[in-house]
Design a protein around this ligand. Structure first.
Ligand code: FES
Length: 339
């Protein structure tokens, strides 16, 4: 059995340090088991959160060598061999209460803000006393999301949360997706509009939430789906959507980004005036906006866009009620149009 050193974060706000503990344990030992051994045999003040020890409750998420992981699901050996050490820290983006325990209040507030329940549609009330079944195809649209155990690993790994307090975070948006594609829900439009203005476009598409999720929920893909649905449903109502739509058409036209045109189409002339200080700052750092010459190989770009336009590719997109992109729905869209 190898001797494995653990550098464990200790303390509370304002008083932090790393303590090193060494254990003779088999490499397959879960990190949670190792930490409990440290607590039981070396330092009874070590504070951590756990419950099921079987990757079910989501309580034991922490940073292991910098990555957000479930401690009960992560064996000691591979991490130790990869880095030559084991550095254990509390989750990021949440205030530390003590040692490895964080305050998850902000994480849950964001979750509750999306209204994680079916909102009745007054025009299409659910039958009283009867079930309201969905088709297998409808259920398949959100089959990954119910696997989420709310461990907050994605929230901890997310750089957008660190940089912008308005961002709802990967888990809340993935959960939102689950209700947006539910044909029984009556708040489709309001839900999309809510995140459209608040959060959706702050996602950096770094995929760290996908990498950190122990249940393969793939939140970044659900956020991408929400963006696509928001574009379909709300179109150019909001700046983020407008930017994405115009970005794609801009490239399609010239092969390279016409930044001036994109700014005008996204912000409008009045909005561009507000960007003048930023433009001056960029120019001072050598960034200039110029018209690009025609690109070579233009026909390859056209071929890519033709592929993207194929109807069968749209089949991979989630359903937008009223547009019939995927799967039948029993309710008309709030934006109009029959299901
Ligand atoms: S202790 Fe329950 S998920 Fe790890």
């Amino acid at each position: 059995m190898p001797t494995i050193p653990f550098e464990v974060f200790r303390g509370s706000p304002g008083q932090t340090r790393f303590d090193t503990f060494s254990l003779d344990i088999p490499e397959h030992t879960p990190i949670l088991t190792a930490l409990l051994k440290i607590r039981d045999e070396i330092d009874p003040t070590l504070t951590l959160r756990y419950s099921c020890r079987q990757a079910i409750c989501g309580s034991c998420a922490m940073r292991i060598n910098g990555k957000s992981r479930l401690a009960c699901l992560t064996p000691v050996g591979p991490e130790f061999r990869a880095r030559g050490k084991l550095r254990i820290e509390p989750m990021a983006n949440q205030p530390v209460l003590r040692d490895l325990v964080v305050d998850q209040g902000p994480f849950w507030q964001r979750y509750h803000s999306i209204r994680p329940y079916l909102v009745p549609d007054p025009q299409h009330p659910l039958p009283v006393g009867k079930e309201s079944p969905m088709t297998p195809e409808q259920v398949a649209q959100f089959q990954e999301t119910p696997r989420c155990i709310a461990c907050a690993s994605c929230y901890s790994a997310c750089p957008a949360i660190a940089s912008d307090g308005d961002f709802l975070g990967p888990m809340a948006l993935a959960k939102l997706f689950r209700f947006v594609v539910d044909p029984r829900d009556g708040a489709f439009h309001e839900r999309l509009l809510g995140v459209q203005n608040q959060s959706l476009w702050l996602c950096l598409r770094c995929n760290l939430c996908v990498e950190s999720c122990p249940k393969d929920v793939r939140p970044a893909e659900r956020i991408h789906d929400l963006k696509w649905m928001a574009n379909q449903e709300l179109g150019a109502l909001e700046r983020g959507s407008r930017h994405a739509i115009k970005f794609a058409s801009n490239i399609r036209e010239g092969g390279l980004l016409n930044e001036m045109k994109l700014a005008r189409e996204t912000l409008g002339l009045v909005g561009m005036l507000g960007q003048i200080p930023k433009g001056i700052e960029l120019a001072r750092h050598g960034k200039s906006i110029r018209k690009h010459p025609p690109i070579q190989g233009r026909e390859e770009l056209d071929a890519i866009y033709r592929e993207l336009d194929r109807p069968e590719d749209l089949q991979h997109r989630p359903r937008v009620p009223g547009q019939g992109v995927k799967g039948p729905t029993q309710q008309p869209s709030k934006a109009g149009g029959a299901a």
